[in-house]
Design a protein around this ligand. Sequence first.
Ligand SMILES: *Cc1c(COP(=O)(O)O)cnc(C)c1O
Length: 357
Amino acid sequence: MADVLRRQYLGMGDDVRRFEQRLAEMFGRPTVCVVNGTAALHLAVQGCGIGPGDEVLLPSLTYVASFQAISATGARPVACDIDPATLFLDCEDAARRISLRTKAVMPVFYSGDPGPVEKIYALARTHGLRVIEDAAHAFGTRVLGRPVGAAGDVTCFSFDGIKNITSGEGGCIVTADESLLAAVRDSRLLGVGNDTAKRFSGERSWLFDVQAQGWRYHMSNIMAAIGLTQLDRFPAMAATRQRLAMQYDRLLQGHPLLQVFQRDYSAIVPHIYVIRLNEGCSRDRLRSRLAERGIQTGLHYQPNHWLSFYRDPSAAPLPATDRVFPTLLTLPLHAALTEEEVSVVCESIFECLNDPR
Ligand SMILES: *Cc1c(COP(=O)(O)O)cnc(C)c1O
């Protein structure tokens, strides 16, 4: 970062080019960096030619960013139910919500787990849908030996400050679709034609054409400099996240009042570690007891079909999401957390659950 400041080219230039190059080597396909994960999803949806009158299927249990990225294009996000065992999109439920307006499906790799994504691709093939993977949680996760992003239709990542890697803020789009790549490269720079190539060669576009709606969504050299160092640190940070998640599994497994999700942390790099509390066990009480001990917990995510902007009274209900969300609790997980701290969190959970207060 200091080097970027010394060179005084803060916007999108050579550092962004090098960051994209490193990511492209990792995925084995071109990568386009933008200001955040929401922008990546927005441009991916727009670049697939999706807009007003179209519909995109996605799980209700996701960050509101996924929904906003779709509605930003004028398309309608269609909230689907989840499989309560994995928290992944329920493919049968999604299939029932397909209409003539459906253009794409956006599976969310909740907690970093790509789930049975091949079922989503089978559904997409049958109905001629694009698949825009929200892999904001899944940077580094491997499927059949290859990283998420290496094989999908379109994959979007987030480099937000708390994700598996960060560039301060940031995100990227990974795809092998050349026309989509050309569209998102232009649309991140206000639609200015071929501006990406100009900026990477240190030039500016003074005379140009614009063929579509664009946005000021490009990544800066300052962000890319952070991203490049994060890539060097990623193997160690990923291993820590995996080791801590496995430790949580080991310590929490078999407790009568809660369930852990069965996930393969030798392949998954977890962004969050979520447990499910059994019936009769109050999440709010546990949360406040843990907070009293200085242990912060989270809720991922309040379902989007509950929000005023996305509520659809005519839609079929989402019983699994409605039932499961109130039982989910996210425990601390980040690359600076220690095994001792994970042990303390688990012992505190046991003590708080036993506390009759
Ligand atoms: C973080 C996140 C996003 C958006 O990424 P930002 O970089 O925060 O814009 C999208 N979807 C999910 C599931 C996320 O967790």
